[in-house]
Design a protein around this ligand. Structure first.
Ligand code: NAP
Length: 301
């Protein structure tokens, strides 16, 4: 029986583990993939206090090392569900059943897809959701990024140093992402903005060769491409935990600033929580809050 099981080894989950270990609580961190979460795909973090520049990979590795050195246990298994039995929470994975007095759900979010025919089949054959993972395959080639948030802007900037041409396709005229990044993109000779437009079809035989783009006025055109990077936001990973969470209309877990949920002893931290700002620093802040609240809860048992 652990004091706290943390589901998700991203920034929120690992920060929660640091706070819980420093309060001398036993901690198991469950992670379905690799440690680090979403930030691992960011080439250069420029907005985290103290470090002016650090890669997402280095950030995640340092955080993992700090967390493990404090004595948090890790198991690389996917949490499939949480069962409640009085005050005991059982987290079920394909291999084990782990018990804890408190659980922090820090599962983050996954890529939203465009929902186009053949999108899944062409993933890895010209369609990608990760510019830093796959960008190097498109050296000197033509690529497009779709989306208008910080991910799309940063992906386009990153790809502009690799690809011959980068089309940035966005359904509106204004970007949701930072103005400063949009200005840097506008100064790039090889970045072309395709605004008020949506990708409406993928053109391919075995690999992607182009896309169909439809402007908001209905005009349809095609762009020849080698790669399409989809960056149209993320979907909160709360679906397996609906029995212990209240979800808002978009699927985010409702918690308030305390990170407490409707289930006593179950907390939520990071990008899967309903909140205004989803940044690295707010993920870390959530981890600290959720662990502190979990420790308070344990002291009441
Ligand atoms: P996001 O901010 O939610 O932006 C998603 C973008 O995709 C929006 O521009 C949206 O258009 C567009 N979109 C959504 N569905 C679409 C569809 N079906 N077809 C076409 N376009 C669609 O997502 P994100 O860029 O992944 O960022 C997620 C969060 O992480 C944000 O809070 C962001 O600031 C943060 N982030 C921060 C950093 C950083 O601090 N360095 C880096 C990356 C991400 P509309 O604008 O028209 O809605």
């Amino acid at each position: 029986m652990y004091d706290i099981i943390i589901i998700g080894a991203g920034t929120a989950g690992m920060t929660a583990a640091i706070y819980a270990r420093r309060a001398s609580k036993s901690v198991l961190v469950l992670e379905a993939g690799a440690y680090g979460g979403q930030i691992i795909n960011t080439p250069d973090i420029e907005n985290y206090p103290v470090e002016a520049h650090i890669s997402g990979y280095d950030f995640a590795t340092k955080l993992y090392e700090q967390t493990a050195a404090l004595g948090a246990e890790f198991a690389f298994e996917r949490a499939e569900k949480i069962e409640l039995n009085g005050d005991v929470k059982t987290v079920v994975t394909p291999y084990n059943r782990y018990e804890a007095k408190a659980v922090i759900i820090a599962t983050g979010s996954s890529n939203r897809k465009l929902g186009l025919p053949r999108e899944d089949e062409l993933t890895g054959r010209g369609v990608s959701y990760c510019a830093t993972c796959d960008g190097s395959f498109f050296k000197g080639k033509k690529v497009a990024v779709v989306g208008g948030g910080n991910t799309a802007l940063e992906d386009a900037l990153y790809l502009s140093d690799i690809a011959e041409t980068v089309y940035l396709i966005h359904r509106r005229g204004d970007f949701r992402g930072d103005e400063a990044t949009a200005k840097r993109l506008a100064d790039k000779q090889n970045v072309k903005f395709v605004l008020f437009s949506r990708v409406t079809a993928l053109i391919a035989e075995k690999r992607l060769t182009g896309i169909e783009v439809t402007k908001n006025d209905g005009t349809v055109s095609t762009i020849d491409l080698n790669g399409l990077f989809v960056a149209v936001g993320r979907i909160p990973e709360n679906r397996k935990f609906g029995n212990v969470l209240e979800l808002d209309g978009a699927g985010y877990a409702v918690s308030g600033e305390s990170c407490r949920t409707i289930t006593p002893g179950v907390f939520v931290a990071g990008d899967n929580r309903a909140k205004e700002v989803r940044q690295l620093v707010t993920a870390a802040a959530d981890g600290a809050t959720a662990a502190t609240e979990a420790v308070k809860y344990l002291n009441t048992l």
